[in-house]
Design a protein around this ligand. Structure first.
Ligand SMILES: O=C1O[C@H](COP(=O)(O)O)[C@@H](O)[C@H](O)[C@H]1O
Length: 259
């Protein structure tokens, strides 16, 4: 699998969600291994929504992965307590963290004492990132080994929603949002510059509910949030199942890769 050609996009399709989880497991395990060999750790940002279930289905049984070297952040988080049913952390915990030996201190959550002040929570999250990522004059943003993203039916990714002023954020690493059109309204999110500085970014989309949006995102030109994810030197991958791919045009289908 060509994982290291900068600036490339790969669309991987799978006959079922089970097969998708197997492919995602191989991809994540390989990137984890390579990053740990390169710099002793694997820095990864996780999304909420349907992603944690797809990701964990096979990965949580993978005993070859050195989870002790994982450093986990959240691509976005809702301003709710960590044990709240809307918490992306709680979802990742119940799907993945409860099954694999990632040290708790390596899992960077929103500070629950700051959830009433999303701006302060975003600033605290930037401070947490700064402990992991040393930046240089030439690269002012954290460079994750991998950021795993979902995409909503409106084309949003992270908590970056169509038409929202946050789409233009060019300086901050993490931003707060008080008016998310999808509940809950108060959230924090990584910004596009952080997404686009990552070594690897992968979208995961499965099921018939994603058909219309995938057609719009992959077949047609546009500026929906998910279309604005364009890693500057990193790779962009899509992991989709046949149900989600059903409305793609024949031209796009010709470019699909099977893993
Ligand atoms: O609200 C959110 O939605 C997106 C997409 O979720 P999905 O269930 O359609 O996959 C998710 O990626 C994001 O982390 C979450 O906060």
């Amino acid at each position: 699998m060509p994982l290291h050609t900068p600036g490339t996009t790969h669309i991987y399709t799978f006959p079922s969600t089970g097969a998708l989880s197997e492919g995602l497991d191989r991809y994540v395990a390989r990137l984890s291994d390579e990053a740990i060999k390169r710099h002793g750790k694997f820095t990864v940002a996780l999304s909420g929504g349907s992603l944690p279930k797809q990701l964990s289905a096979v990965l949580k049984h993978n005993q070859e992965v050195d989870f002790s070297k994982w450093i986990v952040y959240f691509a976005d988080e809702r301003c709710v307590p960590l044990e709240h049913e809307d918490s992306n952390y709680l979802l990742a915990k119940t799907e993945l963290f409860d099954f694999v030996p990632i040290p708790r201190e390596n899992i960077h959550t929103i500070d629950p004492s700051l959830i009433d002040d999303p701006q302060e929570a975003a600033e605290d999250y930037i401070s947490q990132l700064a402990k992991t990522f040393a930046t240089k004059d030439s690269v002012r943003f954290p460079v994750f080994d991998l950021i795993l993203l979902g995409v909503g039916p409106d084309g949003h990714t992270c908590s970056l929603f169509p038409g929202h002023p946050l789409l233009n954020e060019a300086c901050e690493w993490v931003a707060s949002i008080l008016d998310s059109p999808k509940p809950p309204p108060r959230r924090i999110t990584l910004t596009f510059p952080v997404l686009n500085h990552s070594h690897h970014v992968a979208f995961v989309a499965a099921g018939a509910g994603k058909q219309d949006m995938l057609h719009q995102l992959l077949d047609l030109p546009g500026h929906l949030p998910a279309q604005l994810v364009k890693p500057i030197t990193g790779t962009l991958s899509w992991f989709i199942d046949d149900a989600a791919a059903a409305k793609l045009t024949s031209t796009t289908l010709q470019g699909l890769e099977r893993l």
